[in-house]
Ligand binder design. Structure first.
Ligand code: ZN
Length: 159
């Protein structure tokens, strides 16, 4: 497993929308190595989520580790199918925006469809932290950073 370099804001590469992973790529050594490298990079950086564009790969692939019993999981081509009406505002940070924290309002629950690394379709009813991480990471795939949505900074180098 290789630690990949995490791009830091501001960087135009973080703003490019990512493309779907092709079905033909699923199960290949190349994609599995990328997934392993993303998990390793997230672990070494103490992150709870990482999206492929953060390591300059513009494909719709994310890894999440919210510390639950499911462990570290990879999600390919994640799509939000539905969102709760209720929102929550929580403090977020990002490996691509070090030293900055702020409050972001997101949906409390989201239903996500994705493929696992074996190509099986998953439907995840995410609530709480898992729901927030999904929304944060899927934003990365669309070139959106949490700082675009911050209502109030809680930690910023200029504070
Ligand atoms: Zn992030």
């Amino acid at each position: 497993m290789t630690r990949r370099l995490v791009l830091l804001d501001p960087n135009d590469e973080l703003r490019k929308p990512s493309e779907d992973v092709l079905v033909d790529q699923i199960g290949t050594d190349e994609l599995n190595t990328l997934i392993d490298d993303m998990k390793e990079t997230m672990r070494l950086e103490n992150g709870i989520g990482l999206a492929a564009p953060q390591i300059n790969i513009h494909q719709r692939l994310i890894v999440i580790d919210t510390g639950g019993e499911t462990g570290v999981q990879a999600f390919i081509n994640p799509k939000i199918l539905s969102k709760s009406i209720r929102s929550v505002e929580t403090e977020e940070g990002c490996l691509s925006v070090p030293g900055v924290w702020g409050m972001v309002k997101r949906r409390r629950a989201v239903k996500v469809e994705a493929l696992d690394p074996e190509g099986n379709t998953l439907t995840i009813n995410a609530v709480g932290l898992m729901a927030i991480v999904f929304q944060h990471e899927i934003d990365h795939l669309n070139g959106i950073l949490f700082i675009d949505k911050v209502t109030e900074y809680t930690k910023h180098p200029k504070m």
